[in-house]
Design a protein. Structure first.
Ligand code: ASP
Length: 312
């Protein structure tokens, strides 16, 4: 009997990521972080672990790198705070857990999984979510843990402006989306997806993006695919991006490649929505489409194929 196929993909955000704006040193750091997250997830799958375990572990790693806009490294809100969002979905049961507006949870993806597995709910927010985190003995941190100089500088650049900025690098006005995510297929044919983000710099009014919204930024279904998105959340919510790709496969018989192209390079572009996503289907096909200049991305498959890339 041939060995069952398994694979994992990760992203660290999409946007105006141009080689000319990157230093060799920084590029190395990004690639290293993506590689570590991929390897951690891949090892779990190789040992026969579940897709849910693999995506949680990969996102957990990325949340701990201040390079990315999630966990440590999350961007600042207008009020100089952090409001983090995350979601996870198990394609084998269609169970999901999501959390939003977290100020204190060290690894939002861990809490999302707790919601999925240890509550009767799917989506918890703010104070209530953190009360649940305390009950489940999830690791909390004070504000200073989430403080990074770079993000603070970014907030100061735009704090007097009206809008929120979807960026995570030195020049906030050049759009970059530093959300992180992972999708995986395990040896038992189960799919899972997870996404985690700090949202937008200078955001106000309790703004929530697509990342924690099941069907928009995160979705997994064993019959079709697993998806984790990054980009301008408002557009991804309106286009119901992740579920739309699943639907095009389920109801229209499209391949993963065709469905991704239709949504990312046609529908989203027409709406004006910038960003990308990582996707894996039940046969282990991987797609990493984006309509921006770049996306921090990578995948590794049991068929020997692997990739780490940043630019177009
Ligand atoms: N999609 C995220 C949001 O709108 C941002 C990102 O991808 O970086 O909150």
């Amino acid at each position: 009997m041939s060995k069952k196929k398994f694979a994992i993909a990760v992203h660290g955000g999409a946007g105006t990521i141009l080689k000319k704006m990157m230093t060799a040193e920084k590029e190395k750091l990004y690639k290293k972080a993506l590689t570590i997250a991929l390897e951690v997830g891949y090892d779990i799958l190789e040992e026969g672990g579940t897709a849910v375990d693999a995506v949680e572990a990969a996102v957990y790693e990325l949340e701990n790198f201040p390079l990315f806009n999630a966990g440590k490294g999350a961007v600042f809100t207008h009020n100089g705070k952090h409001e983090m969002d995350a979601a996870i979905m198990d394609g084998s049961t269609l169970k999901a857990g999501a959390v939003t507006c977290l100020n204190q949870v060290r690894n939002p993806v861990v809490l999302a999984r707790e919601v999925m597995e240890h509550s009767e709910h799917v989506f918890l927010s703010g104070k209530g979510a953190e009360q649940f985190a305390r009950m489940r003995k999830i690791k909390l941190e004070k504000d200073n843990y989430f403080f990074t100089d770079e993000r603070y500088k970014q907030l100061q650049e735009v704090i007097n402006e009206e809008g929120a900025h979807l960026d995570h690098n030195i020049n906030v006005k050049e759009k970059k989306f530093g959300t992180v995510g992972a999708v995986a297929l395990d040896v038992n044919g189960n799919l899972a997806a997870a996404t985690s983000t700090g949202g937008m710099t200078n955001k106000r009014f309790g703004r929530i993006g697509d990342s924690p919204i099941i069907g928009s930024g995160t979705y997994a279904n064993n019959n079709t695919c697993a998806i984790s998105c990054t980009g301008h959340g408002e557009f991804f919510i309106r286009a119901v991006v992740a579920y739309d790709i699943s639907c095009l496969i389920e109801y229209k018989g499209m391949t993963l490649k065709q469905a991704c192209k239709e949504v990312v390079n046609n529908k989203l572009v027409k709406l004006g929505g910038e960003g990308g996503l990582i996707a894996i289907d039940k046969n282990g096909n991987v797609e990493l489409p984006f309509n921006s200049d770049g996306m921090y991305r990578g995948y590794k498959s049991s068929n020997g194929k692997e990739l780490i890339a940043i630019y177009k």
